[in-house]
Design a protein around this ligand. Sequence first.
Ligand code: SF4
Length: 338
Amino acid sequence: SVWISEIMLQQTQVDRVIPYYLRWMQQFPTLESVSIASYDELLRLWEGLGYYSRVKSIHKTSKIIRNQYGCQFPKNHQKLLELPGIGLYTAGAIMSIAFNQNYPLVDGNIIRILSRIFNIENSVKQRETKNYIWKKAEELILPGKARWLNQALMELGALVCTPKTPSCHECPVRKSCLSFHLGCVEKRPVASPSKKMVPIQVVVGVLLKSGLFFIQKRPANGLMADLWEFPGGKINPGEKPEDALVREFQEELQLNIQVGGKIMTLKHGYTSFSITLHAYFCQLIPEDQLPILHFASDYRWVKPQDLFHYAFPAANRRLIDILTKLSPILYDIGKGSF
Ligand code: SF4
């Protein structure tokens, strides 16, 4: 449970993780149950949480632990680091919280707290500064108390030493906090300017045939690996969305389509980019073409109600929510009346 929760919490807010974590632990309460589940089952449960390589690593790691360690997590820092998806932070969390071994863990919260307590003036984005913070976190551990110290630091960061307006006057460690005494708390941590979100215009096609939707599976590597999606892609500068859709179907699937009515435009923000997604109905012209996959690893024709059995990126899922509300009409459209 420590392993799963820590992997889910990488780059993801606690509030967002809680329902996913509860569902996961109900369905896969043991390492063995994870290791015998199919990857698609795990991916479906993970859908919407993002950073999908995490669930792939969980799947691989569960199999390694079952095969090499008899379903027992190794109580060894180095061996943990050799497992897929387990870096210094997660290894530290498992060693300290699960096994109460003397290992530090440093995440964004703890970087913030320690940069304030020790009044670190260098950017916390620099490798040397991060190494220095790891060293400080290690020095703070009293032997046999790592489990408590690390969880206490996490709580301090979540409840007291918050990013904006920390509650210094209620803080149990303010006597030791250099930034508090120097009056420069709001200047810590020092960070490099954050990157701007890149806006991207995207078009997707909801291809219908006899009331079935065409979906394709993304490649096993890269962004949103292994998720299912409606075909489409980026709109080039100056290109009309309908033209981009025809081009994308040709390039990715070698299918000729006729673009029909617009379904919706939606905006969705991912971590480093935001998309404006234009969705259209479309149909094959002629109808008896077969796709040749140049980008996807698989494809299916599925009924509207079966879309829920597949894992989709968040923006596609929002589109599906709309589509399933429209499904009785779609069946008519599928018979060729649009
Ligand atoms: Fe954070 Fe303020 Fe406590 Fe220092 S005194 S650790 S800045 S909450």
